[in-house]
Design a protein around this ligand. Structure first.
Ligand code: MN
Length: 738
């Protein structure tokens, strides 16, 4: 019995508030109204049984939010989304359900709102609220999402008193730091003022109370003055036959509070509590009205501001002046046209106001001087084809050109250029994280390093101590920081490789001169090193060693010079070392051989002409600035180098445990190209050799195919097995290692 009564009461409560919503949506056509009605029915059904803190049925909240959106004249899709804005989160329905009933636009709007709702709020840290605001704006793919969000927040703030007081500080703080500034940025000044005052009320209840009483008293005292002023103004404008609307306005409590704090003054010192707003029909009349006012009352010097010629960043336009009114009280005046007034009060939302009110204001607005480009598109009522998302794209480009906002695991927000990847993020957090990054989790899911980041992503970089920067990253990173850090790492890496190589070369060359080691860099050897470095033209020993490793200088020449300097300073060569070097004579000595372990670096590469693999006879050639290049001994290029530049040729052998694969080019002549390729591929797979590249040409007259493959093998014996296997393929006529 009681339950039924309660249900009946709640139904009538929601029906009543739906009726008041309908009273505001008369600007919509019949099919649109029908859609809104359907959304209401469904939302009502979904939220049935849920209550607000006030004890009202939950549906009263979406209805109130939708009514605020209707004040901005938002379209039916936005109103439907406003009615359903909490449904995805609270009622267990899926986005697909909304798509089925109301189409993808409404579903996207609701989905966008739900995503914003789920963002972790991080206002406590310094500078984070600004980033959070930007992220919020950047995440909304449609401005209607932001507008509905602001309406949602406005209603929640209006009813904050019903919620447990423990929540007040957090919600009011968030409103003050994030939502009020967003409203301001988008020019929604009415909403901005309301959100500011409401957060002030809950953040500083005592001051709010005091100021409320003080302004009420001041208002009562000023009543006569305001009425007298209004009469004088009306009379003055009547004489000019100009049609104007004059209204009084009052400073918000929060702005009074701010001014008192900023200027360290008392309430009684605030003399611009009240002001007037004059609305005229055209821009030129604004200036005429200014003349009328300055004629009527004396202006305060230095207080006139022309925000028509120079609009504020959010598109706000008005003339401001302060006059010495009746009884020598100073009064602020704002003068503007009606379209300027809409933008002043509703900002971005004025776009819909315009659409709803039609073109008749276009004429009065001709020649309007709009500074900010995004507001120009907002006012471009000729261009009816611009839809909301397209419009929002323009606005956004202006607000934050190229940024993407993402979260660290600790919910810090980082701004990165659009297109930035996980690697950019890792380097932005810390260079060691960048150097060691291996992969990442984005919103809890594993993602590769090259993944582009999206607004609102939460990124956790996975590092490994063995990981190191890869030059391939340079092809996808976007930030200069990541780029330079990767380059720097490559450079130091290359330098340390060539340093090690240079040291080996110098020690080897010194041994043939009869010295076991490179002289220490101590006080005793200072004179030797000074002279030696002057001779080579290097600043430091490390630089000299790196040069030796890269082949920019010849080790034997440097060693001979060092040996002479050492001898001059009384350090004789070791006869034992000398004799063994002379006896064994260079390249036969294992001590003089370079062990090639297959690793490649800036100071050690495999020659591209002959592609040596383990098992091949090899030699090293110290290229000019290229480090050691490993050739096959039979390579014709190497033979030529041995003849012409023997000083730079080093004996080399393979290490016993080379554990990587090498690319070898092979050439096959085969009958019937198409058919044979499949057989070759499967045989290569069976022989555990990967194909890296295939090129095929067919001789048109003979039909003989010329296949050029690059395959990966472990060593010479592996290659021999592979070639033998391929030779058994029937169609293969000839097969050689290229
Ligand atoms: Mn809500």
């Amino acid at each position: 019995m009681v339950v039924a009564a309660k249900k009946a009461a709640s139904i009538s409560a929601s029906e009543a508030s739906f009726a008041s919503l309908l009273a505001k949506t008369q600007y919509l056509d019949a099919p649109s109204l029908d859609l809104v009605r359907q959304a209401y029915r469904w939302a009502d059904e979904l939220h049935l049984g849920q209550m607000r803190h006030s004890g009202d049925p939950y549906i009263t909240h979406p209805l109130a939010v939708t009514a605020l959106c209707a004040d901005w004249r938002l379209d039916a899709q936005a109103l439907c989304a406003a009615l359903l804005h909490d449904a995805l989160e609270d009622c267990g329905i899926a986005k697909g359900d909304i798509v089925l009933r109301f189409g993808s636009t409404v579903a996207d709007l609701v989905d966008g709102l739900t995503k914003l709702e789920k963002l972790p709020v991080t206002t406590r840290e310094e500078n984070q609220s600004e980033s959070f605001r930007k992220m919020l704006l950047a995440m909304a793919t449609d401005v209607r999402v932001i507008l509905i969000k602001l309406a949602d927040r406005t209603h929640n703030m209006r009813t904050l008193g019903d919620t447990p007081p423990i929540k007040w500080a957090r919600i009011a703080g968030e409103t003050q730091e994030i939502y009020a500034p967003i409203a301001h940025r988008l020019g929604l000044n009415q909403t901005y003022r309301e959100l500011q005052d409401l957060s002030f009320k809950y953040l500083k209840p005592w001051r709010y109370e005091t100021l409320t009483r003080a302004t009420a008293k001041a208002r009562a005292r000023a009543r006569d003055l305001i009425q007298r002023g209004q009469k004088e103004l009306e009379a003055a404008f009547a004489a000019t036959k100009m049609a104007v609307t004059i209204s009084g306005r009052e400073k918000t409590l929060f702005s009074i509070y701010k001014k008192m704090r900023a200027k360290h003054v008392n309430f009684s010192d605030i003399n611009d509590l009240f002001g007037f707003r004059v609305i005229v029909n055209s821009q030129s009349e604004c200036y005429t009205a200014l003349g009328v006012l300055h004629h009527l009352y004396k202006p305060v010097p230095g207080r006139f501001k022309d925000h028509i010629a120079i609009p504020k960043a959010n598109g706000y336009q008005s003339l401001h002046t302060t006059l010495i009114g009746p009884s020598a009280v100073t009064v602020e005046f704002q003068i503007r046209t009606e379209p300027m007034h809409w933008i002043a009060e509703s900002g971005v939302a004025a776009h819909w106001l315009y659409k709803a009110k039609g073109n008749d204001l276009a004429a009065s607005n001709a020649g309007h001087n709009i500074g900010a480009q995004w507001l120009e598109s907002l006012l471009d009522i000729q261009n009816e084809t611009v839809d909301a998302s397209e419009f929002w794209d323009h606005v956004r480009v202006d607000l934050f050109p190229d940024a993407v906002y993402v979260f660290t695991p600790k919910n810090r927000i980082m701004a990165l250029p659009r297109g930035a990847t996980v690697v950019d993020f890792a380097y932005a957090v810390h260079s060691t994280i960048g150097d060691r990054c291996m992969s990442a989790k984005i919103n809890g899911e594993l993602a590769p390093l090259r993944t582009e980041l999206k607004n609102g992503d939460r990124i956790e970089v996975i590092t490994a101590s063995v990981s190191q920067p890869n030059p391939a990253w340079l092809s996808f990173v976007r930030t200069g920081r990541a780029r330079s850090k990767i380059r720097q790492y490559m450079k130091t890496q290359a330098q340390s490789h060539s340093l090690v190589m240079g040291e080996r070369l110098l020690v080897q060359a010194l041994r043939t001169e009869g010295y076991a080691a490179i002289p220490a860099q101590d006080a005793a050897s200072k004179a030797i090193w000074d002279k030696a470095l002057r001779f080579t033209g290097n600043k430091t020993l490390d630089e000299l060693l790196a040069d030796l490793g890269l082949g920019k200088r010849i080790a034997t020449v440097v060693a001979k010079r060092l040996a002479r300097l050492l001898a001059e300073h009384g350090q004789a060569p070791d006869p034992l070392l000398l004799s063994s070097a002379l006896m064994l004579g260079g390249d036969a000595s294992t001590a003089h051989q370079f062990i090639i372990d297959g690793s490649e670096s800036a100071s050690m590469t495999m020659a591209a002409c002959c592609h040596p693999i383990p098992g091949d006879e090899i030699v090293g050639y110290l290229g000019h600035g290229e480090g050691l290049i490993v050739h096959r001994s039979e390579c014709s290029a190497a033979l030529k180098l041995i003849r012409k530049d023997a000083d730079r040729v080093m004996p080399a052998v393979w290490a016993d445990d080379v554990s990587r694969t090498f690319i070898v080019p092979i050439q096959i002549n085969a009958a019937d190209g198409q058919g044979v390729l499949a057989q070759i591929t499967s045989n290569l797979a069976a022989a555990d050799a990967n194909i890296v590249h295939v090129d095929m040409a067919q001789e048109p007259t003979t039909g003989i195919a010329d296949l050029r493959l690059r395959i990966a093998v472990r060593d010479a014996s592996h290659l021999a097995q592979v070639l033998a296997r391929l030779a058994r393929v029937k169609a293969v006529l000839k097969i050689v290692r290229a």
